[in-house]
Each structure stands twice: as structure tokens, then as C-alpha cells.
Design a protein around this ligand. Structure first.
Ligand code: 4AD
Ligand code: MG
Length: 456
């Protein structure tokens, strides 16, 4: 169907006075004595396009009016009364009528209610804005890495190894319930792959394989976690950006992570001014200023040991007590980034016992060269580390964590054949989107959130 995107009508003066065809859904309508007005949206812009129907030309406007009705409109582009652009309609075709039980007709629904209609909530202004920013951010991520000689690789989603070792892998099986097998081993050896398989929690291990050939790589795809945590920051399926860089230590990768975040934010602010104005108005006052500051100021860096001392001295009553060696909980992370630093902060050198096997062991024997990037309002958005490049040290870490070394044969080969210092990180796309849009629940920045007890 030949037509012009509404964004091009709104932004391009060259269409003024011309005869055009636009398509879209009615958002609101207003009837007066001689004219009727429709606000049409085709999803290309947060702003609607006003359609003016001269009633002398249309004997019955009512089929065009209900919210949600899809229309094709032919007409002339004119200047509106209050400036801006509108269409003086010559012909209107109803593509799909929309009856009165359409749930999106009401002006403002709660986000909670909208979550019950994921197939329709995307038609609201909030989701229009969130998903355009999501698209622009995804593009900026690709551009950031592509401009710097990174190779984009697609790591497998079906995998036989658990990268994070946290036991949060979704099992993949084609057999299902059966009392035919006497043991789990017997079950899995009869299964599709002849062994245990699952959905990848991270593309890192395969990313390291690629980085040992292409030097600098990144992956950008879904990761899956069977975490039994029902929080506003966790989903079972999230989009994961994972660069892996050869010949890079922890400081090098921190620099890349910081540059990437700043690049993404700058691009989004430039390309989505209306969307940020919208978030500012409805979701987070001061959002644009906050993001501009983040894009221009150096992030903080704080050693884990110092962070624990500061938390202990804070006098704050935490639900989970803080001691050296503890994993930082969201309440601690948020206190560090919001109260202690007041900006994004890389917390570095975590105790080795609470982190994954692959992280480079520091000379102190207690900590690893790992860092999490924490941001105000959200907490952790990046998990990052230098990788252990020494075969013997890696093996001893795996043994200490009681891992089945045989399953990591290929990974260990990387340390046998031309091992190099290398580092990487994982950014959760939905986490940074929460930070950038002011949405306080991760369920509202992803099309279909998968959480405990919830899939459709
Ligand atoms: O800190 P994580 O577990 O690190 C890794 O998976 C490393 N293998 C990454 C690497 O070095 N290549 O996860 C990385 C990020 C987190 O900081 C968070 O932003 C996001 O992934 N993430 C989740 N996002 C939403 N829901 C969940 N359940 C998430 N789990 C992790
Ligand atoms: Mg982490």
C-alpha cells in the first residue's frame, strides 16, 4: 500500500501543500459542528498527525472515529492552526474497524494493567517511546563496536556448559516425563544430544573462542536464566551484549565499557528528543540532565573492600548485613551508587569465592579482577572481568568450585594454544533501558517479559 510515514510528514516541510496518502490507527477523535478531527498514529513517531475531515465532504464521519480504528487517508498536507502540520482529508478508507471493547481506548492505564495485555500495550505512547529508544540503543551498540573493528559473532543458544556456574540453566530435552529410565544419566544419554543440554546463560565462553581468533568480538543476543527471583530487575530471557577483547586487562575493558555507555546515551539523546521529553514528563523528572551528566563525567571506580568498609560505616540498616566476602545485594549496590558515589560506579576486585571460575585471580589470592558497573536507581547493569589466562590457575579455580573439568575441554584449549590476557563484559540491554527511560520495572522495556510463573 503506497503511503508516507507520518514521521516524514511531520518532519519534512517538502510535503507541504502536496497530496499524500497516510495510514495509521486512530488515537483520539473529536467531532464539532462542521469538522471532525482525528489524531492518527502509524508508530513511526511518538507524535500523532492531525487529520481534518470537512463534514461537507463526508456525509457520515462516525466509522472513522473510534479509537483503534485503522485507516488509510488521502488528503493535502496543510499548516495547522497552531503551527505544525495536518492533513485535510479528501478520502478515508477504514481498513479495520475497532469496536467499543478495545481496551486501549481509555487514555491512561496503569503499567500493571498494561502488562496483562502485552499484545495491545505496545500501541500506547509509553511503549511507542520505550521501543523506539530500544531500537536506537540497539543500533548504537552495533555501531559502537563496528566502528572500533569488533567482529559481531552469534554464539549458540543451545549449549552443554553453564558459563556462570550458578545452576540457573534452563534444561533442553525432547523426551519429557517418563518412568522408562533408571537414572538421570540414562535419561540424558537417550536424549536428543545424548547429554545434558540447556539454553545459554551467556555467550562468553564461545565469545572467548572467537576473540582468540578475531581479537575483538561482540555478541548481541538472548540469554536465559532460570532464576527463581521475582524482582523488578530480573527476567528469564534478556538481551545480552557481550564484547570480548584479546590483549586487554581489566582497566582496558573498563574504559571500553564506559565509552560504550556514553556513546549509547549520547546517540539516544540526539535521536529521540521527543521520547526523552515524554519520559521526563511521565516517568522521571530530571532524566535528560542525568543522562547528559553521565555522558560527560568520568564514572567512579571503587574497590570492593573499600565499598564494604563504607557500607559498614554508613550507619544504614540493611536487610542483609554486610561483611567482607558477602555478595552485594541490590540494597547495597544502590546505596553505593546512589549515596556514596552519586553516579555510575565500577566496583572492582570482588572476593573470588562469590564470582565465576573464569575470572583472573589477583596476586592477593583472595580477590579476582572483576567489576560490576552499578548505576543509580537500577543497580548492576554490567558484569565484567579480566579472564584467567593461565591454564594451571584456571584448573585450580575449577577444581575449587567442583566443576567437571572434562566439559570445558575446548575452553581450556584456549589457554594451551597461544593464551593471551583478555577481558570482556556482559551488559543487560533491558537494565540499561530501565536506566535510560526511567521505567522502574524491567517488564516494561521488553516486548514479552518471561518471569517466574509467567509466559504467554
Ligand atoms: O553478571 P552476569 O551474570 O555476567 C555474565 O553473564 C558474564 N558471562 C558476562 C561477560 O563477562 N561476558 O550478567 C551480565 C549482565 C548483568 O550485569 C545484567 O545486566 C544482565 O546481564 N542480567 C540480567 N538482566 C535481566 N534479567 C536477568 N535475570 C539478568 N541476569 C543478568
Ligand atoms: Mg553479575
Amino acid at each position: 500500500m503506497k503511503h508516507i510515514d507520518i514521521i516524514d510528514i511531520l518532519n519534512n516541510d517538502a510535503n507541504m501543500g502536496k497530496s499524500v496518502t497516510v495510514c495509521g490507527w486512530v488515537r483520539t477523535s473529536r467531532d464539532s459542528k462542521n469538522v471532525a478531527f482525528l489524531e492518527l498514529n502509524d508508530g513511526t513517531s511518538l507524535k500523532h498527525l492531525q487529520i481534518v475531515l470537512d463534514k461537507a465532504k463526508f456525509d457520515n464521519c462516525s466509522p472513522y472515529m473510534p479509537g483503534g480504528t485503522s485507516l488509510k487517508v488521502e488528503g493535502t498536507v496543510c499548516e495547522g492552526i497552531n503551527g505544525g502540520v495536518e492533513i485535510n482529508a479528501d478520502a478515508v478508507t477504514v481498513l479495520g474497524a475497532c469496536p467499543g471493547d478495545y481496551p486501549m481506548q481509555k487514555k491512561r492505564h496503569t503499567l500493571e494493567y498494561l502488562r496483562t495485555i502485552p499484545h495491545l500495550r505496545v500501541r500506547s505512547n509509553t511503549f511507542n517511546a520505550v521501543f523506539r529508544v530500544r531500537s536506537v540503543v540497539s543500533d548504537a551498540i552495533h555501531r559502537f563496536f563496528q566502528n572500533r573493528n569488533f567482529v559481531y559473532v552469534n554464539t549458540p543458544i543451545l549449549t552443554a556448559s553453564d558459563c556462570e556456574g550458578a545452576g540457573e540453566v534452563f534444561k533442553v530435552t525432547t523426551i519429557g516425563y517418563s518412568d522408562k529410565y533408571k537414572s538421570e544419566d540414562e535419561y540424558y544419554s537417550s536424549d536428543f544430544f545424548g547429554k545434558r543440554a540447556g539454553l545459554s546463560v551467556s555467550g562468553q565462553l564461545e565469545g572467548e573462542v572467537a576473540a582468540m581468533a578475531f581479537g575483538k568480538i561482540y555478541t548481541f543476543g538472548p540469554s536465559f536464566r532460570a532464576e527463581n527471583s521475582n524482582t523488578p530487575r530480573h527476567v528469564a530471557e534478556f538481551w545480552h551484549v557481550e564484547p570480548e577483547v584479546a590483549f586487554a586487562d581489566l582497566n582496558d575493558i573498563i574504559e571500553i565499557a564506559e565509552d560504550m555507555i556514553k556513546y549509547i546515551i549520547t546517540e539516544a539523546l540526539e535521536k529521540c528528543p521527543e521520547e526523552f521529553e515524554f519520559f521526563e514528563k511521565f516517568y522521571e523528572k530530571g532524566l535528560t540532565e542525568k543522562l547528559k551528566k553521565v555522558a560527560s563525567e568520568k564514572f567512579a571506580i571503587l574497590d570492593y573492600t573499600d565499598a564494604v568498609e563504607l557500607l559498614k560505616k554508613s550507619g544504614e540498616q540493611f536487610v542483609y548485613p554486610v561483611e567482607w566476602g558477602c555478595d552485594l545485594q541490590t540494597e547495597h549496590e544502590r546505596y553505593i551508587t546512589e549515596k556514596i558515589c552519586g553516579k555510575p560506579v565500577f566496583v572492582t576486585n570482588y572476593p573470588k569465592d562469590i564470582k565465576s571460575f573464569y575470572m583472573k585471580q589477583n596476586p592477593d589470592g583472595k580477590t579476582v579482577a572483576a567489576t560490576d558497573l552499578l548505576v543509580p536507581g537500577v543497580g548492576e547493569i554490567i558484569g565484567c572481568s579480566e579472564r584467567e589466562a593461565d591454564l594451571d590457575k584456571l584448573l585450580s579455580a575449577m577444581e575449587a568450585k567442583h566443576m567437571t573439568v572434562d566439559e570445558y575441554h575446548d575452553y581450556l584449549d584456549l589457554r594451551r594454544f597461544g593464551s593471551v590476557p583478555h577481558s570482556g563484559f556482559g551488559l543487560g540491554l533491558e537494565r540499561i533501558l530501565m536506566y535510560m527511560t526511567g521505567m522502574s520495572n524491567i517488564r516494561d522495556v521488553i516486548l514479552y517479559p518471561r518471569t517466574v510463573g509467567n509466559i504467554r
